[in-house]
Design a protein around this ligand. Structure first.
Ligand SMILES: [Zn+2]
Length: 311
């Protein structure tokens, strides 16, 4: 087993070199595809399920991708799990739970927390408020009908939360199938969506809800939709459908055409990062290629085929 971060990173880079020997001792960020020398401080570890929610499974990303995901995707996912696990819709850190307080047309920004008596405490934040409105608010002795607008980002945009699930699923497949998964151009729209979480880029349905019980350990698998099989990731209470190597998305995700069976890929993935790197790899199920890297024909090392027993 790889025990240290350095050993794990070395394996990832050795796998990269198996695709092209000139990429030795480099790390390619799985989302932005930029290259970094293996000893770069820009390579960071990322939790698939946010560490604040007890997530243990990690993968690697460049610092710039990681910090963007931290502020957006990871945060939304964390808020969602928090909410479903009986937490409050408020941010875990009250200083970060922004609210807008307004009266008579003057609005100020405040933060909010739950007091020990169960009441809600509001702390005006002068530095984040419009100075004129802030002054006017406090000078206004006639202030009535005070309106408090609580901003809970997780509810603000369902599409954004979807990108949180998508990012986690993509990271999990990179962890298990390495660059064999990443080097598929069919995933370009997925990467574009992940790198632009505020824009709606993927217009097809890639999320299915799982009825309880929810699963805290993420997993990778295969699901059949009609005649086509797709790689899926199980992230908390959702199944995330990723493109297969030939097709971006299922024709339909309606329950009549979808087998509820998920074939777990964890056993086939488990043999990978254990002191040896097996990429390039082609993953097939029922003769359908599901993961097939584009560079496989020019790769330094010939690809191995991973056959999964299907339906
Ligand atoms: Zn990156």
């Amino acid at each position: 087993m790889c025990s240290t971060r350095a050993e794990y990173l070395l394996e990832i880079s050795q796998e990269l070199a198996r695709f092209n020997i000139e990429w030795r001792r480099q790390f390619r960020c799985p989302t932005c595809l930029r290259d970094y020398p293996l000893d770069s401080k820009e390579i960071t570890e990322e939790h698939i399920i946010p560490v604040s929610q007890g997530g243990k499974v990690t993968t690697f990303l460049c610092k710039s991708c990681n910090s963007m995901f931290g502020a957006k995707q990871t945060r939304w996912l964390s808020d969602w799990i928090d909410l479903n696990e009986g937490g409050t819709p408020f941010h875990g850190d009250p200083r970060k739970q922004k609210v807008k307080v307004s009266s008579n047309g003057n609005t100020l920004t405040a933060s909010l927390s739950m007091g020990e008596d169960g009441g809600i405490d509001i702390f005006p934040d002068k530095s984040r408020s419009d100075p004129k409105q802030y002054e006017a608010y406090w000078k206004d002795k006639t202030a009535t009908n005070i309106k408090i607008d609580i901003q809970t980002p997780v509810f603000a945009n369902e599409d954004a939360l979807g990108v949180g699930f998508l990012t986690a699923a993509y990271g999990l497949f990179f962890k298990h199938f390495g660059y064999s998964f990443i080097f598929q151009t069919i995933l370009d729209p997925v990467r574009e969506q992940i790198l632009n979480p505020d824009k709606l880029i993927i217009k097809w349905n890639y999320l299915l809800e799982i009825p309880k019980p929810w699963i805290l350990e993420p997993g990778v698998g295969l699901m059949r939709f009609g005649d086509d099989i797709f790689p899926v990731a199980i992230i908390y209470d959702h199944i995330v459908i990723l493109p297969n190597s030939k097709k971006l998305h299922p024709d339909t995700t309606s329950s009549e055409n979808t087998s509820t069976k998920i074939i777990s890929l964890d056993p086939s993935a488990a043999s990978r990062f254990q002191g040896r790197c097996l990429g390039p790899a082609i993953v097939l199920c029922d003769f359908q290629p599901l993961i097939e890297p584009d560079f496989v024909r020019k790769a330094t090392v010939p690809p191995q085929h991973i056959w999964i027993d299907g339906w």
